[in-house]
Design a protein around this ligand. Structure first.
Ligand code: ATP
Ligand code: MG
Length: 242
């Protein structure tokens, strides 16, 4: 098997509340873009939070590069190379773009190396270089999302998980975000995203996962998810893939 991350039939919930996920599974292959779709409340965000250690996994397994992650803390999972960008992006609005990038590297001890990596990111994302000394909160939604994605690259992650990266952005800007994700995956950073705009998410991904009522109903090549008449009917607004 070539999978990088394997989630097998997990059960998880908040505190000692009811199970929100029950029977969620997922296969993540290196260098691909993976998109989780499903209705509101399906458990999509809960699945990402479970993988990155924010919730306790009650049953099932999360295995990354052959290592079981169950029970590990979020910072330990980050050090393993799995980086999570929550829906609200978790930027520091009153800090500059440069300092936000610096915060993304808090697990690095070598300050010189951190500075080199920040310069490298600013080099790659001209819009961030232009605004390096500007407060993050003063930038547009698309620029902030670019910063949130670019910041993950500071630690040279294996997997970047993005919860609704397109939220609140104009269609043209959304496409730019998908282009960044494709660039990341082409460079070997595997992407796992949750997308409310299922059609657009799947069209820009290699792998699709349909989650509903806390369980995985289908996973496979994104083209197969798009072509499935039942999934079209239930989860893609009855629209045929163009
Ligand atoms: N912090 C929390 N404490 C308790 N229950 C929660 C919490 N966050 C989410 N839930 C519950 O978990 C269920 C799944 O929520 P989740 O946010 O994972 O869904 P989602 O698929 O991401 O939905 P959306 O498309 O609206 O973002 C919902 O019933 C929700 O009420
Ligand atoms: Mg959500």
């Amino acid at each position: 098997m070539t999978e990088l991350l394997q989630v097998t039939n997990i059960t998880a919930g908040y505190g000692d509340g009811p199970a929100i996920l029950d029977g969620a599974h997922l296969t993540v292959e290196p260098g691909k873009v993976h998109c989780i779709i499903g209705p509101n409340g399906a458990g999509k965000s809960t699945l990402l939070k479970s993988i990155c250690g924010m919730l306790t996994i009650r049953k099932g397994d999360v295995v990354f590069k052959g290592k079981r992650l169950n029970g590990m803390r979020p910072d330990q999972i980050l050090r393993e190379g799995i980086c999570f960008v929550p829906q609200e992006r978790a930027l520091f609005p009153k800090m500059t773009v440069r300092d936000n990038l610096r915060m993304g590297g808090f697990i690095l001890n070598d300050q010189k190396e951190l500075d080199r990596r920040i310069d490298g990111i600013l080099e790659r994302f001209p819009i961030l270089r232009e605004r390096a000394e500007q407060h993050a909160g003063t930038m547009s939604g698309g620029q902030q999302q670019t910063l949130a994605m670019a910041r993950t690259l500071i630690i040279k992650p294996a997997i970047v998980m993005l919860d609704e990266p397109s939220l609140g952005l104009a269609p043209k800007v959304i496409q730019e975000m998908f282009d960044i994700m494709k660039m990341m995956s082409a460079e070997g950073v595997t992407v796992l995203l949750v997308e409310q705009n299922a059609l657009m998410g799947l069209k820009n991904s290699d792998w699709g996962v349909v989650l509903d009522l806390g369980r995985t109903l289908f996973e496979g090549p994104a083209a197969d998810v798009l072509a499935d008449p039942r999934i079209q009917e239930l989860y893609l607004g009855g629209k045929k893939a163009a």
